[in-house]
Design a protein around this ligand. Structure first.
Ligand SMILES: CC(C)(COP(=O)(O)OP(=O)(O)OC[C@H]1O[C@@H](n2cnc3c(N)ncnc32)[C@H](O)[C@@H]1OP(=O)(O)O)[C@@H](O)C(=O)NCCC(=O)NCCS
Length: 180
């Protein structure tokens, strides 16, 4: 599957993407708010294998896609929507630090909302971030998601060996407006 936006192409990961993924997944700045990383090359290979495995699922539950910059053909991040219970999807994204602040995450996330509500017929799409991940929360706000609350000790943080809180945002199908 391929999704095209004004500046981006979202496509399936392929084995040759390993190095490009590892460039951002091994960066401590990029993974600061994540529950994983900085990745070893084996960690990145496992992530890539997981995304390749998703492509074989029947019915497919996970749509983790490579984000490619149209103008250069560079792989600049990953973004996905994952069906976690019937008609409910979870959105996620992670981009190379050099490409932050240009609206790419919001552009990719909007395309995935359109795919989730349109093609997958989801009813609700949510996303969570750590409370101090301001850029991620801002992406959720910009794509029309609503803040739903502060989830206390919501996820186990392997790196720090502790529970971490999350902020949750969501959007419902009836509130989703297709871009003109
Ligand atoms: C979160 C992330 C995907 C955002 O990607 P991006 O392409 O820079 O996002 P966008 O440019 O679409 O939007 C970012 C918004 O956050 C704002 N922002 C970023 N840092 C900010 C800060 N410290 N304070 C206030 N606003 C901030 C930007 O100004 C922008 O908002 P604007 O368009 O209103 O100006 C990127 O920072 C990233 O990959 N981070 C590491 C991985 C991660 O945290 N993923 C999310 C896990 S929940």
């Amino acid at each position: 599957m391929v999704i095209e936006t004004e500046r981006l192409i979202l496509r399936e990961f392929i084995p040759a993407d390993l190095e490009a993924i590892h460039e951002y997944a091994s960066n401590p700045v990029v993974v600061k708010h994540m529950l994983w990383g900085p990745n070893s090359i084996d960690d990145t290979q496992s992530y890539l294998d997981m995304t390749l495995g998703m492509q074989e699922q029947k019915p497919r539950q996970g749509f983790e896609l490579a984000v490619i910059l149209k103008e250069s053909g560079q792989l600049i991040g990953g973004s996905g929507v994952h069906i976690c219970s019937p008609a409910i999807g979870e959105l996620g994204y992670c981009f190379h630090e050099l490409h932050w602040g240009r609206g790419y995450a919001s552009e990719a996330a909007r395309a995935l909302l359109s795919f989730g509500f349109g093609e997958l017929n989801l009813h609700r799409i949510f996303a969570t971030c750590r409370p101090d991940n301001i850029a991620s929360a801002r992406v959720m706000q910009k794509i029309g998601m609503r803040y739903e609350g502060h989830l206390r000790e919501h996820m186990w943080h392997n790196k720090d060996n502790r529970w971490v809180d999350s902020h949750q945002y969501s959007i419902l199908k009836q509130d989703y407006k297709q871009p003109l």
